[in-house]
Design a protein around this ligand. Structure first.
Ligand code: UD1
Ligand code: CA
Length: 451
């Protein structure tokens, strides 16, 4: 039996009070829609179908070729939204899994369970329900005395008695296609909101004497639907817990999961320890046996094994094994630190390569530079890489000793084994094994080559 997954994503998200379409608000660093899409992708090999309307352009752009799109020009309700897919799907799929796109924590396992249950059900559909947790505006599932589900009462339309019902409609369903398409045509606008509610299909089925199956969701967190920013924060917390638990089970120590933020594109090696207030973002990968934090942000960077990074901000950088950074260091785009580099406090590195064994202990800015192995960068060293018009490169060969407070006015080349005196302003290239001092720096002597 062929199944397709439809995500309903055309609604306005009025309760968010936002200029941004609801489904593009971020959750764990990614637009919410991509979380739902990922679950949908794991249920069927066929592309998921997205019903879009409000903010359609932006949603199409975010999702790209990962889905097929159907436009719902006027948002007349969830039933009307699903009806828009009929032209694309009628006769092409036997089972239609439908989920509201604003349920970003709903897992593919749950959707698969729904599908499997409907495969065994002779009735028209299976409905996902929840018997615990906060109502959050969800529809109430009304059963008759024999326990048969009879109707879903939307909160806007519910009486006080209905509101007391504890079984909730999560917003995910699996339909037999041959029943679905004609049934959708029977929907009437609701009494108060005048919308075509998908949920009214339960009453239509029950009245015709058809048995609707229910699948019960065990983990209430999966059903956190996002209607308001308060729900968004709840979902963020639940997802953070889920991700942190995953990494702890994989062998990562997280000292304080409450204050540790790991986005979904991150990976972390065994026996790494994360101290409080650490954010690992984007496509960051961290090796084994590292100690990261406290108070550290690492964005889309690669960190090798056995590194120590404390109170630092690292963005789009590459850090090899055994590197020691911080506290109070800033690595920017294109910073590449070779094995065993030491970068102490108050340093900034941008678009520069520091080869293995470079030491840069205190108060330095290195930009657009290539630094050879075992160079020592004295306290307060600055590469003056910008002349007001363009950025200029600095090249420092291996085993150079840069004295404290040296100003390296780029473009500049400093030969192997050279030294600069404290406070020098180097404006001209320095030959290998030469000592320069002063403002501007002048050669004072040649060093004997040891090799
Ligand atoms: C819906 C359900 C409710 C359920 C809840 C939980 C209906 C009528 N009610 O209510 O029983 O408990 O979800 O998830 O279905 N959408 C469209 N086109 C529209 C309207 C909505 O595509 O015309 C999309 C929205 O983008 C959203 C989803 O459908 O992703 C649900 O719409 P929303 O307005 O959030 O419904 P709820 O009030 O949450
Ligand atoms: Ca909703």
């Amino acid at each position: 039996m062929k199944a397709r997954v439809v995500l309903l994503a055309a609604g306005k998200g009025t309760r968010m009070h936002s200029r941004l379409p609801k489904l593009l608000h971020h959750l764990s660093g990614r637009p919410m829609i991509l979380h739902s899409l990922e679950s949908a992708e794991r249920v069927s090999k066929e592309l998921p179908i997205l019903v879009v309307g409000h903010g359609s352009e932006a949603i199409r752009e975010t999702v790209g070729p990962r889905a097929e799109f159907v436009e719902q020009a006027d948002q007349l309700g969830t039933g009307h939204a699903l009806l828009q897919t009929q032209r694309m799907l009628a006769g092409k799929a036997d089972l239609i899994v439908v989920s509201n796109a604003d349920l970003p924590l709903l897992t593919s396992d749950t959707l698969k369970k729904l599908l499997d249950k409907q495969k065994k059900n002779k009735g028209p559909f299976t409905l996902l329900t929840l018997r615990q947790g906060e109502a959050r505006g969800f529809g109430r599932v009304k059963r008759d005395v024999s326990g048969e589900p009879r109707a879903i009462i939307e909160e806007a339309e519910a009486s006080a008695a209905d509101l007391a019902i504890e079984e909730l409609n999560v917003g995910a369903y699996c339909f037999r296609a041959d029943w679905l398409w004609p049934a959708l045509k029977k929907l009437k606008p609701s009494a108060k909101k005048k919308e075509y509610y998908l949920t009214d299909l339960l009453e239509i089925a029950a009245k015709a004497g058809d048995h609707v199956e229910t699948a019960i969701l065990e983990d209430a967190n999966e059903a956190i639907g996002i209607n308001t920013r308060e729900h968004l924060a709840e979902a963020e917390a639940a997802l953070r817990k889920r991700v942190n638990r995953y990494w702890m089970l994989e062998g990562v120590t997280i000292i304080d999961p409450q204050s540790t933020y790991i986005e979904s594109g991150v990976s972390i090696g065994q026996d790494t320890i994360l101290w409080p207030n650490t954010m690992l973002l984007g496509t960051t990968t961290i090796g084994e046996d590292c100690i990261v934090g406290p108070n550290t942000v690492i964005r889309s960077s690669r960190v090798g094994n056995a590194c120590r990074i404390e109170a630092a901000v690292v963005e789009l950088a590459v850090i090899e094994n055994d590197v020691d950074i911080g506290p109070f260091a800033h690595l920017r785009k294109g910073a590449q630190l070779g094995e065993g580099v030491h970068m102490g406090n108050f340093g900034e590195i941008k678009n520069s390569t520091l080869a293995t064994g470079v030491k840069m202990g205190h108060f330095s800015y290195i930009g657009d530079a290539t630094i050879g192995p075992n160079v020592n960068i004295g306290a307060g060293t600055i590469t003056a890489n910008y002349d007001g018009e363009k950025k200029n490169p600095t090249v420092i060969e291996s085993d150079v000793f840069i004295g404290s407070d040296t100003m390296l006015v780029a473009p500049l080349h400093i030969g192997q084994g050279a030294r600069t005196g404290a406070g020098s302003v180097v404006t001209k290239d320095v030959p290998a094994h030469t000592v320069v001092v002063g403002v501007p720096a002048r050669v004072i002597r040649k060093l004997e080559e040891l090799d």
